[in-house]
Each structure stands twice: as structure tokens, then as C-alpha cells.
Design a protein around this ligand. Structure first.
Ligand code: CDP
Length: 232
């Protein structure tokens, strides 16, 4: 299927399989994949390591804002994967840890942090043919994205996916803690003042609780074909 030069925005709750799905689409249509959550996670790691966030989640916003002026977060290709670097350092493993997950949503609620990340995302999306996943891609970052998808799945399915993912990475997760973290992040992400997680009115909703990747792909092909009148 020949897909035109468009932006595909994939938004939704934590662990709904957004990133696996977005990566699949990028591969299928030869688009660039961009993980906006990785940038929020990168800023969180930076804030933790430099004392801009404390254990009780209080954030030194002026300090963090100043620190971000020289913060070099970027993606680089490592063995065919788009991996996050902070300067020379590959931070991919650290940013996926529970420690970062536990503080990323308060950090992502800071307006100055969102400005920092949005700038990077818009630069990357300027050339189109991009699939971007996150919480506010179709509402704030690219409100004119040609295709907007909103992903959801049951809480049990989401917690199980994240649990398996952490275990596969060699962490020793507790199911209760994983579930609690998902629920907390859903709440903070949906209730924050700046760019909350909401479904764009023109988004297509995908509940993938019981779907395989092949079914998801068939579904999105149908969406794109319908939107652009492509026959095959
Ligand atoms: O992979 P997972 O669904 O756990 O989350 P993520 O995409 O890595 O995003 C981590 C966190 O970053 C989210 O819980 C949000 O707090 C924040 N985020 C955001 O606010 N806006 C985005 N566009 C992407 C992520």
C-alpha cells in the first residue's frame, strides 16, 4: 500500500502497546518512528541524577529549566533501533526502569519540560513520514496530523504487558506495584493542566485488549485506505 507523506499520531494510556504498534507501522510503511515518552523519561532521569526532583516529587522547576538549556537528548541508531542518548551516553535501559516510571508523570506535567520536548518532536516531524507515539501528539504537538489513533486496553492486560516487559529486561517487578504505577500515571496524565491526555475528536479508537499485531495492522490499513480513498 502506498501511503502518502503524512504524520501518524498514536496516543493513549500507558502500556496499551502504543510503541510496539507505532514501530510496526513505521516498519510497514517505511516511516520514521519517534517515541515521545522516551524524551520525558530522559528528562526525568536527568532531573533525578541532578537533584531537580526529590523523593516526594517536589520539583526544582527553575533549576531544571536552566539545566535543560545544555541537556543534549537525542535518538541514535544502534543495531537498527532508535535509542535515546544523553550526550554520549546510551540511557535506553535506565529510562525504562521503575525508578524513572515512578517520577515521569510529575516531570511531564511541568510546562517548561513540555516546551523542551515539543520543540524536539516538531523538528523531527517537519519532514513528515513519521509515526509518533505519546499522550498529546494528535492534540497538541501535531493537531493537524493526517491520521490520529487513540489506543486503549483493559487495565489487567496493560499491567500484564508491562510486567512481562520489565521481567524480560531482567528487572524483578511486583505486579501490584506495576498496576499502581499505571493507574497513577493515567490519573496524572489525564488531569494535568498542560496538554492532558485526551482523545482527539477526530481520532480513531483502537482497543487492542484481544488483538494480535496482524489484526492491528489490518485495522490501520483499513483506516488509512478509508481516509485517503486508497483501494489497495
Ligand atoms: O510506555 P508507557 O506507556 O509506559 O509510557 P511512555 O510513552 O514511555 O511515557 C512515559 C510518561 O511520559 C507518560 O506516563 C506521561 O507522563 C509522559 N508523556 C507525556 O506526558 N506526553 C507524551 N506525549 C508522552 C509521554
Amino acid at each position: 500500500m502506498l501511503v502518502p507523506d503524512i504524520i501518524i499520531a498514536v496516543d493513549g494510556y500507558s502500556s496499551t502497546g502504543k510503541s510496539s504498534f507505532a514501530k510496526l507501522l513505521a516498519k510497514e510503511f517505511s516511516f520514521l518512528y519517534l517515541d515521545s515518552g522516551a524524551l520525558y523519561r530522559g528528562v526525568t532521569l536527568f532531573a533525578q541524577e541532578n537533584g531537580f526532583i526529590s523523593a516526594d516529587n517536589s520539583i526544582d522547576v527553575p533549576g531544571l529549566e536552566k539545566g535543560m538549556e545544555s541537556l543534549d537528548l537525542h535518538f541514535s541508531n544502534v543495531d537498527g533501533k532508535n535509542v535515546l542518548f544523553c550526550g554520549e551516553r546510551n540511557v535506553e535501559k535506565e529510562i525504562r526502569s521503575m525508578k524513572v516510571s515512578s517520577q515521569v508523570s510529575p516531570i511531564a506535567a511541568v510546562a517548561e519540560v513540555r516546551v523542551f520536548v515539543d520543540r524536539k518532536l516538531r523538528e523531527a516531524g517537519a519532514s513528515k513520514r513519521v509515526v509518533m507515539d505519546g499522550r498529546d501528539i494528535g492534540t497538541t504537538v501535531f493537531p493537524n496530523a493526517e491520521i490520529k489513533l487513540f489506543m486503549t486496553a483493559s487495565a489487567e492486560v496493560r499491567a500484564r504487558r508491562r510486567f512481562d516487559e520489565l521481567q524480560a529486561k531482567g528487572e524483578n517487578p511486583q505486579m501490584e506495584e506495576v498496576m499502581k504505577n499505571l493507574q497513577e500515571r493515567d490519573y496524572i496524565d489525564s488531569h494535568r493542566a498542560v496538554s492532558p491526555l485526551v482523545q482527539a475528536p477526530d481520532a480513531f479508537v483502537l482497543d487492542n485488549s484481544d488483538m494480535t499485531f496482524a489484526e492491528e495492522l489490518a485495522w490501520v490499513r483499513g483506516v488509512i485506505q478509508g481516509k485517503f480513498g486508497i483501494l489497495e
